[in-house]
Design a protein around this ligand. Structure first.
Ligand code: URP
Ligand code: ZN
Ligand code: ZN
Ligand code: ZN
Length: 481
């Protein structure tokens, strides 16, 4: 099967070019000057499918390096399965995810890894890899880190919050980081000071402050800055590379920037919710509405300059990537578990479908350039997590993971509206009974999505098959300084 994507503007992290892209089987065979012939052959007449991308961007498929499909959490589980979540990702122009294998205390890391492989196998619409969560750092977990690297799981997440569930103490973190320094793994950190948060939560509930807004107030930026600093110190001490997940506070960004200025392998990820949503407007919504936006780290105050600073850090490369931390829970029966007690609201927001569109708004508003959009959402994720060359770039030899993006198209997120403004129904494809992005109108539209050369989304919608996606056996990070 050969496909030609012609007359488009190919956008890589390194720049843009008018070019035709020839895909042979599941691999990109050539990137050619528009209308080129190959040794006298008219390419267009010798391919099975021609996609006309006139006036459109041809970009490497999005890579969302932070998702939690069907994650067990807080007595329930994330509402997207590998099937529904990866299909929604495809709709939104994401062609690879890296999901987190969860290990709870006393569970064996390798058992959990095999369980996650089973959950995903045969169910995914797009390619998928895994990070491993370590929640109690046993001797066996350290040995398992070596085995997992051979399996293509080359990154490990630890938590400084959620005592009794995920939290590792500093000594445990030190041991895991020593192992990472030794075997080349990327160490990932949920950087919030859990002990401070647990006391603030208890005090808020005792004072009768039970609404979702207090989720934000009890996880202050100081708890994020302090934990980020501590994680950086442990990384520095051990020599392990550190990737701080879901950074939301500008003070945490400053810690990361300072560490990078000192030449450390310290990296930061943010998520669309920290670029657009706020403590006051979303978490502080009337009644229990705010539960829709309970996630950790929390949405920050719009009066403290976090969003402005975060966009700037995306330009300056103080923050290197944007992932979603996709961890959806429905309002009914799931978020509702926390009516009368915000600490029982399962933490997480669903955005896997919307990341490419939401970040494209940064291009529309002039906050980031077109190549930077691709770099933040595809190229750096590929390099950071050992997939680059096959993923994250349009070049010969890369997988045919490609999105044709229409800058003149339009996307209504959440509910669509008719010309009178009346809602026309749900437009997203995630398994959620609400949208955290209700009312967001996007300039731009995902027109066509190819996963390893196969068209899985076109103007008629999703046309792929469950199980198209394959496991990505990742290498070590290609982003280290
Ligand atoms: O609220 C969040 N982020 N839920 C998912 C788990 C995590 O900490 O990433
Ligand atoms: Zn986390
Ligand atoms: Zn997460
Ligand atoms: Zn379109």
């Amino acid at each position: 099967m050969k496909t030609l994507i012609k007359n488009g503007t190919v956008v890589n992290a390194t720049g843009t070019a008018s070019a035709d892209v020839l895909i042979d089987g599941d691999t990109i065979a050539a990137v050619l000057a528009p209308g080129s012939t190959l040794l006298g052959f008219d390419i267009e007449r010798n391919v099975d499918t021609v996609i006309d991308a006139t006036g459109k961007y041809v970009i490497p498929g999005g890579i969302d390096a932070h998702t939690h499909m069907e994650m067990p959490f807080g007595g329930t589980q994330a509402s997207d399965t590998f099937e529904t979540g990866t299909r929604a990702a495809a709709w939104g122009g994401t062609t690879s995810i890296v999901d987190f294998v969860v290990q709870y205390p006393e569970e064996q890391v390798l058992d959990r890894y095999h369980a996650w492989q089973e959950k995903a196998a045969g169910n995914c619409a797009i390619d998928y890899g895994f990070h491993q969560i370590l929640s109690d750092v046993q001797d066996a977990s350290l040995t398992a880190m070596d085995e997992l690297i051979d399996e293509g799981v080359t990154s490990f997440k630890l938590f400084m919050a959620y005592k009794g569930v995920f939290l590792s103490d500093d000594g445990q973190i030190l041991r895991a980081f020593q192992k990472g320094a030794d075997n080349g793994a990327m160490m990932m950190m949920h950087a919030e000071n859990g002990a401070i948060i647990d006391v603030l939560v208890k005090q808020a509930l005792e004072a009768g402050n039970t609404s979702p807004y207090y989720h934000g107030l009890t996880r202050p930026w100081q708890a994020e800055e302090e934990a980020t600093h501590r994680a950086i110190m442990i990384a520095d001490l051990t020599g392990a590379p550190l990737y701080v997940v879901h950074v939301s506070a500008k003070q945490a960004v400053e810690q990361i920037a300072a560490a990078r200025d000192r030449g450390l392998n310290v990296f930061g990820e943010t998520c669309p919710q920290y670029l657009y949503l706020s403590l006051e407007d979303q978490l502080g919504a009337p009644g229990f509405e705010g539960a829709k936006w309970v996630c950790s780290t929390p949405l920050r105050s719009k009066h403290e300059g976090h969003q402005h600073h975060m966009w700037q850090s995306l330009r300056t490369n103080d923050i290197q990537m944007v992932s979603t931390d996709h961890c959806p829970f429905c309002m009914k029966d799931q978020k509702e578990m926390g009516v009368g007690d915000f600490s029982k609201i399962p933490n997480g927001i669903g955005s896997v479908e919307h990341r490419m569109d939401l970040m494209y708004q940064g291009v529309v508003t002039g906050q980031i350039t077109l190549p930077r959009w691709v770099e933040l959402t595809s190229t750096t994720p590929a390099r950071m997590f050992g997939m680059y060359g096959k993923k994250g770039v349009i070049q010969p030899g890369a997988d045919g993971d490609i999105v044709v993006y229409d800058p003149n198209g339009h996307t209504s997120i959440g509910l669509g509206t008719d010309p009178s403004g009346a809602p026309t129904g749900r437009t997203h494809h995630m398994n959620m009974d609400y949208s955290a992005w209700e009312g967001y109108e996007i300039d731009g539209h995902v027109d066509t999505v190819l996963s390893r050369g196969k068209v899985i989304v076109d103007e008629s919608g999703y046309i792929g098959t469950k199980g198209d996606g394959r496991y990505i056996k990742r290498g070590l990070s290609q982003y280290l300084i």
